[in-house]
Design a protein around this ligand. Sequence first.
Ligand code: APR
Length: 233
Amino acid sequence: MRVVVLTGAGISAESGVPTFRDAGGLWEGHRVEDVATPEAFERDPDTVQRFYDARRHAVALAEPNPAHEALARLERELGDELLVVTQNIDPLHERAGSSRVLHLHGELALARCPACAGRSPVPGDLIERPPCPACGERMLRPDVVWFGEMPYGLDEIEAALAACEVFAAIGTSGAVHPAAGFVSTARARGARTVELNLASSEITGLFDEVRHGPASTVVPAWCAELLAGHGPS
Ligand code: APR
């Protein structure tokens, strides 16, 4: 049974990682255009570097929650029939044991070099301007996809959506494309679709089934049902 799971900030909320658009979310404290666009990096790189260095420190203290662990268990059972596409830049899926994870919006743990386009593990706070390990340039940027930039892995995602029988979206507001459109692509191919979220999202109406509740509760229950063979909806 081929399954694609899309995750958003909501799956990491109970691990203490702030979401973007909930009360107290990241976009309450910062303007997207000041910290998450190429223009912001051009205009004021230090502010952008400090924003991501701070998020990297915060995420280092976070632990996966039962929702991440349930998806890792699901991968152990389904193997390469499961693909987790995450909008999150934290490593909590991997820390829970998932290996088939595609970071659509990049990863806090990686840096990208504007000079040679090399991607490498972040060697420390980027505000310190560490040299690129490949070319020595001292302007490494977070390997995070900013607004207006091309997300990673779209070809692989489209292929997985075209072949999937089940599509689940977990903890995402459906506010940002292309991720918000994945459910429509899956439906068009005849997949069963389910949304697992604390509340209704902007795309709730597009799903065959919606389950409301905290991810740490609803995700393990859904994964258990899927594995028991009497799959949901
Ligand atoms: N369990 C399940 N869902 C939750 C929980 C929880 N404990 N807490 C919050 N949520 C849900 C909210 O209801 C909301 O639908 O998580 C979602 C969070 O929405 P956003 O903050 O918009 O996060 P996300 O959907 O991942 O944002 C998408 O926008 O800013 C960009 O690049 C950024 O990847 C991000 C993208």
